[in-house]
Design a protein around this ligand. Structure first.
Ligand SMILES: [Zn+2]
Ligand SMILES: [Zn+2]
Length: 122
């Protein structure tokens, strides 16, 4: 694979680079993709094969569905098959945060229930 070219513009808290156009902004890698391949259809996301979120080399990008991206992430970054509490990391049990982190949906439900219990008992 060729070397990554990183966009240094407007790095967001989730590690992606955003380019501003007037009052709109777009992720740098999405912008590069659209420039070459045309508009990204709704529901599809651009995944970095090189795992470098700031990279804008089109050869390092691929268009996948959100779900494929989650599963690819599971395999490549986080190959745990269960969360820390032992709940299986199957696609029905994965929550994806805006920052791209995956979380166990079951643990989130348990946490939410605890928070609720604390609130009503306070
Ligand atoms: Zn790259
Ligand atoms: Zn869990």
């Amino acid at each position: 694979m060729t070397n990554c070219i990183e966009s240094k513009k407007g790095i967001t808290t989730n590690g992606y680079s955003r380019i501003r156009f007037g009052n709109k902004s777009i992720q740098a890698h999405r912008w590069t993709w659209e420039l070459i391949n045309g508009e990204i259809p709704a529901g599809l996301v651009i995944d970095h094969i090189c795992k470098n979120k700031k990279c804008v080399v089109v050869d390092h990008l691929r268009m996948v569905t959100q779900q494929e991206n989650i599963m690819a992430g599971l395999r490549n970054i986080d190959n745990r098959t269960h969360c820390n509490q032992g709940h299986p990391f199957v696609k029905e049990n994965i929550m994806v945060r805006v920052n791209g982190r995956r979380e166990c949906a079951e643990c989130n439900r348990i946490r939410a229930r605890k928070n609720y219990a604390r609130k009503v008992s306070a």
